[in-house]
Design a protein around this ligand. Structure first.
Ligand code: ACO
Length: 330
């Protein structure tokens, strides 16, 4: 159990200006707006500019979260960035974001990769570090430029993903019953090959041949991922509710990972929580991986869907296959 309660003090998000519609994708690929919408619920996604890196989007979302919290960058002593598309293979995107935001050199800064579950993992990590008493104020960011790792010739994947960033500022609270109530994290390493990039890492560095075969791009077995996603998100949500002796009725809003509207609808049915209590923006952004939950969280807060005293459930799954859930009392 945490020794100090941790609360979200501010939220922020950023989506690139460029909107890529289903119709536009259909002009160069054998797909259609109708297929994409009915299978995934996605209408459009945002695509970062060529000179706009993950760190640029992350820094903008983070600055908005700092402004919302009424804090200066110099007051942050911990930065955790969830991403699988850092600016560079090394160093961590967190250090580049630190420089862009002007965080002090005494701040701990690192990246964490749990794919689409990244934000929930990062939030748990930051809150545990704050609870320990060794850190006071954390920035937790989820940011992705997935447009650089999808294969734009593969209609089974490229239509599903988009770019963006979301951030929260976390601090400690004197009220024990507020803030992050708990998390439930896990992974199914046996299923790595359901969703992965086979080349470009230490086991298989990219070669001209592997690049010609487009093996530096994401590959996914969509149907298997879909089934596993529904099962693990349902279980992760049930487990955490049970751990905290809460009933689904007590959850004011569920913020699920925004991968596919059909996955969200299936979870709503299994958990018996109506869709009105799910926050959905996958139609406008597609799947932005680690950015998806903090982007949705920020939009939910700013549109008045979260009030003091409410309990929000976050639930996610991603490559790995990782999964995670979190409960937050506001
Ligand atoms: N446009 C038109 N047709 C298409 C497209 C497309 N974009 N993509 C696939 N098809 C075709 C297929 O080739 C197939 O044709 P066939 O029957 O002639 O072989 C047909 O449509 C049906 O394909 P399925 O894969 O069976 O379609 P399904 O209903 O399963 O939907 C989808 C596919 C949307 C990918 C779904 O399986 C899904 O959402 N899976 C989960 C994906 C996901 O959420 N991934 C994110 C994980 S999180 C992370 O960490 C990144």
């Amino acid at each position: 159990m945490p020794t100090r309660s941790t609360v979200i003090l501010g939220t922020g998000s950023y989506a690139p200006e460029r909107v890529l519609s289903n119709d536009e994708i259909s002009q160069t690929l054998d797909t259609s707006d109708d297929w994409i919408r009915t299978r995934s619920g996605i209408r459009e996604r945002r695509i970062a500019a060529p000179n706009e890196a993950t760190s640029d989007m992350a820094a903008k979302a983070a600055q908005r979260a700092l402004d919302d919290a009424g804090l200066k960058a110099t007051e942050i002593d911990l930065l955790v960035v969830a991403t699988m598309t850092p600016d560079l293979p090394m160093p961590a995107a967190a250090c580049i974001i630190q420089r862009k935001l002007g965080l002090p050199s005494t701040a701990a800064c690192f990246d964490l990769n749990a794919a689409c579950t990244g934000f929930v993992y990062a939030l748990d990590t930051a809150c545990a570090m704050l609870s320990s008493g060794r850190y006071q104020k954390a920035l937790v960011i989820g940011a992705e430029k997935l447009s650089t790792i999808v294969d734009w010739q593969d209609r089974t994947t490229c239509v599903l993903f988009g770019d963006g960033a979301g951030a929260v500022v976390v601090g400690v609270s004197p009220e024990p019953d507020r803030g992050l109530l708990g998390t439930r994290l896990g992974a199914f390493g046996d299923s790595v090959e359901l969703l992965y990039i086979s080349h470009g890492g230490s086991s298989s560095p990219s070669t001209p041949e592997s690049i010609a075969r487009r093996e530096h791009c994401m590959r996914m077995k969509g149907k298997e991922v879909f089934k596993l996603a529904v099962r693990v998100m349902d279980e992760a949500a049930r487990d955490i509710l049970e751990q905290h002796h809460l009933h689904a009725d007590q959850i004011s809003l569920v913020i699920p990972h925004q991968a596919n509207l059909r996955i969200i609808e299936a979870i709503s049915e299994y958990l018996e929580i109506p869709m009105e209590r799910f926050f959905v923006n996958v139609d406008r952004y597609g799947n932005t991986s680690a950015a998806s939950i903090p982007l949705a969280l920020d939009e939910a807060r700013r549109s008045g869907r979260i009030k003091t005293g409410d309990i929000t459930l976050l639930v996610a799954f991603g490559a790995g296959l990782t999964y995670g859930s979190a409960l937050i009392r506001w």
